[in-house]
Design a protein around this ligand. Structure first.
Ligand code: UP5
Ligand code: MG
Length: 190
């Protein structure tokens, strides 16, 4: 069954590039189910699960949660969705995530979106978001950028070598970004 992996890839970061925002737009127009790994992990903390404290500490430090934990949450959400078309937002974040996900689920992304945005702009967006996220403070944001550069970029390079990456200028206003995103999905659905 087709599956689509949605990911941000920037020269200098990733967090705050607009993944969640654009996924909402895609869901409304193209009938995908949006699975944000970060949202699933935050829900797991709230549910008071045994992994909650570990996940909370990792997120506060901008570190990547062990693959098996995130993959279990994604698999459950995929099953519960009853859909065959997914936007996987903010995952896989490192090679361990990618290799485990592909071998456990057998799912390989059709395309990978690369949201190109400067670190300066992403930092501004995250500091302005005001949704009470514990990782939206300057100290954690810097750590998230660093982890992104060190661990997530190699995953993008991997998919780029397979010809799956589509670059988008994510520094533009939300509606302009969506025009670019829409054009990509219209081709995929055609
Ligand atoms: N905004 C959006 N687009 C804009 C535009 N074009 N112009 C102006 N403003 C724009 O957007 C961020 C803010 O910018 C919003 O206020 C929005 O209105 C505005 P959003 O769409 O939320 O950006 P997004 O890319 O989704 O940013 P997010 O902060 O969610 O990215 P992260 O990748 O940092 O967060 P995520 O939730 O994926 O992960 C959080 C943490 O969870 C990670 O650091 C890690 O510790 C952990 N994690 C794992 O361990 N494993 C995983 O697999 C996933 C997460
Ligand atoms: Mg997000």
């Amino acid at each position: 069954s087709p599956s689509f992996l949605y990911w941000d890839f920037t020269r200098a970061g990733g967090p705050g590039s607009g993944k969640g925002t654009q996924c909402s737009n895609i869901v409304q127009n193209f009938g995908y189910t949006h699975l944000s790994a970060g949202d699933l992990l935050r829900a797991e903390i709230k549910s008071g699960s045994e992994n909650g404290t570990m996940i909370q500490n990792m997120i506060k430090e901008g570190k990547i949660v062990p693959a098996e934990v995130t993959i279990k949450l994604l698999q459950k959400a995929i099953q519960e969705s009853g859909n065959e078309k997914f936007l996987i937002d903010g995952f896989p974040r490192n090679e361990e995530n990618r290799a485990s996900f592909e071998s456990i689920t057998g799912i390989v992304p059709e395309i990978v979106l690369f949201f190109d945005c400067s670190e300066e702009e992403m930092e501004k967006r995250l500091l302005n978001r005001n949704q009470g996220r514990e990782d939206d403070n300057i100290e954690t944001i810097r750590k998230r950028f660093k982890v992104y550069m060190e661990s997530s970029l190699p995953v993008i390079q991997y998919y780029d070598n397979l010809g799956k990456v589509r670059r988008i200028d994510a520094a533009k206003p939300i509606d302009v970004v969506f025009e670019e995103v829409k054009a990509i999905f219209e081709k995929v659905d055609a």
